[in-house]
Ligand binder design. Structure first.
Ligand code: GRF
Length: 190
């Protein structure tokens, strides 16, 4: 099987990117990492592994999201990218980009979707009195955090948990989940 060429889009520390790099396997290879934040720590993680890592700062584009995404799209096409994986990428993508990559654009979200789309998922899970929490890898569609679910993993919420302890424990769950789901998508794509 030819490995699918994956680009990972990040904005920050890139611990999920690290998990995807560490788990590289038959179905996919991380061919490119792009960050919209020029000093994102995740860029160094990629470079240390010999993976091309590019900063595409969104700031010079101002409010012109479409222009930023056109350049991003052109870069992905030039590098022959087949799947785009969002990993802590803090820009909402416009319908233009989402449609262009439909079925090949995935995200990891820190909740058991459809519960708690959007932000502050740990706070909201605690406030709702949930007994379990988790993470979801899903296809990206125009509506935020609403695309088809590729995989989920859950963990118990323990007495005394805070948003911080939940976030920390959940990160390890995410790191196991994301590579598995990316491999699953890669294997299913023609
Ligand atoms: C993770 O919690 C992920 O679920 C969310 O953003 C965070 C990214 O963390 N989408 P990292 O940059 O991968 O460490």
């Amino acid at each position: 099987m030819t490995k699918k060429r994956v680009a990972v889009l990040i904005s920050g520390r890139g611990s999920n990117l690290q998990a995807l790099l560490d788990a590289e396997q038959d179905a996919y290879e991380i061919a490119l990492v792009v960050s919209n934040v020029p000093d994102a720590a995740g860029l160094d993680r990629a470079r240390e592994r010999g993976v091309e890592a590019i900063a595409l700062d969104h700031k010079p584009y101002g409010k012109d999201r479409a222009a930023f995404e056109r350049d991003l799209d052109a870069l992905l096409i030039e590098r022959r990218i087949e799947i785009v994986a969002l990993a802590g990428f803090m820009r909402v993508l416009t319908p233009y980009f989402v449609r262009a990559w439909a079925g090949r654009l995935i995200n990891i979200h820190p909740s058991l979707l459809p519960k708690f789309p959007g932000t502050k998922t740990h706070e909201r899970a605690l406030a709702a009195g949930e007994t379990e929490h988790g993470a979801t890898v899903h296809l990206v569609v125009e509506e935020v955090d609403a695309g088809e679910i590729i995989g989920q993993a859950s963990m118990p919420i323990l007495p005394g948990d805070t948003p911080e302890t939940l976030a920390e424990r959940l990160l390890a769950v995410e790191h196991a989940l994301y590579p598995r789901c990316l491999a699953k998508l890669a294997a299913h794509l023609a």
